[in-house]
Ligand binder design. Sequence first.
Ligand code: TXA
Ligand code: MG
Length: 356
Amino acid sequence: MPWETVNGTMILKALNPHQQEEALQLAAGILKKGKIVAFPTETVYGLGADALNPEAVSQIYDIKMRPADNPLIVHVTGLDQLAELVLEIPSEASILAGYFWPGPLTIVLPKKELVPDITTAGLSSVAVRVPSHPLALKLIGAAGLPVAAPSANLSGRPSPTTAEHVLEDLAGRIEAVLDGGPSSVGVESTVISLVSKLPALLRPGGVTLEMLENVLGKKILDLTNSGKEIRGIPPAPGMKYRHYAPKAPLYLVEGDEAFQRQQLVSLSEGLIMQGRKVGMLVCEESKELFSAQVVKVMGSRREPQVAAERLFSALREMDKLEVDAIVAEGFDEKGMGRAVINRLRKAAVQVIKQEP
Ligand code: TXA
Ligand code: MG
């Protein structure tokens, strides 16, 4: 079957069972020959390569223009494959895997020598997860390899939640994208490190901190808020980079509801008066307040998982609508709100925060 291409990148549509088998075989073949293919996961689309092949992995860094010191997540189908990559599987890892795999949780453990340095950016640990998206699982299974995959965007851009987003950034730079429709979670996996005595949260994501603490029955060290202010060596190398950035500057307002409303209105009106095209990224509850040219609703304040699902595509839509500035409303830092506010902070050029 001839596949549609964009700038030479094949779109392997795997949405109906009829096309799926052939699409999967082609995608798995690309991985097996040491090349790169983008594929859907439940969180965001990934840019996959054979995790044990240093030449294959090095292409990921080139294609994404990713800094060489930012390690990759290795995707596997289950605990058997995990055991091949790490020195040991501590009981906390088995417990977490039992509850949350397949799913949006990445576990960092000391690596075996087999895992190339380039995959872990020289770290002695490796980040591993079992995605729950059926196509991701089938692809890893068909390739018979652990698959290194960062989000399939150009470094610094919002993560892709559809095959179209992948093509926006990477058409012509990769052989193919496996198209499985939109990702359901919308933000990346939660990253937890089990390398030292205390479990540590390195990135909030699809599994909430509260869920993790519940299952482990203990407190988890939250290292995610060091954010931009971090000096020296961050616990997760990815923490120190500006991320998820739309083209227009994004201003984030954080505080109680009254503060947010007042700041959002004055910021947006001020920008409009300066003749700027303003995009508002706000909750359902406050959408009526604005006269801005573009208003994107992230969902109700009480449903941060909806905001997570919509966030990255909303940022990309702002780019397409060529706004000059984006003003975004904050979310409470709990449950999935933690992942949403984390991504917004990293996308922001400035955070307007209420004084305590
Ligand atoms: O949901 C996801 O995790 C997606 C999909 C494709 O699975 N992948 C993803 O990968 O978000 P990426 O490369 O965009 O983010 C990987 C994060 C970075 O913050 C990186 O610094 C951290 O994981 N990381 C990877 N290996 C690590 C390690 N050995 N120690 C600490 N942090 C690590
Ligand atoms: Mg990423």
